[in-house]
Write a protein that binds this ligand. Structure first.
Ligand SMILES: [Cu+2]
Length: 68
């Protein structure tokens, strides 16, 4: 199990937080998603088959590209 915090500049409101939690939360292997509107970050806990690449690709696809 891995926990990574990503900086996501496009997070601008509660809707963004909700979208990220829902979309990333549906990925197989993702165990927890917490997004912070003020910090513009998301902390994601995951295990196989989820990987950092898969998570970052999904975030980019839904218009929340990761800055780190
Ligand atoms: Cu928003």
């Amino acid at each position: 199990m891995t926990t990574v915090t990503y900086m996501i500049p496009n997070i601008s409101c509660g809707h963004c937080v909700h979208t990220i939690k829902n979309e990333v939360g549906e990925l197989p292997g993702v165990k927890a998603v917490d997004a912070d509107q003020m910090k513009k970050s998301a902390t994601i806990t995951f295990e196989s088959p989820a990987t950092e690449d898969v998570i970052k690709k999904l975030l980019a696809e839904i218009n929340y590209p990761v800055a780190n």
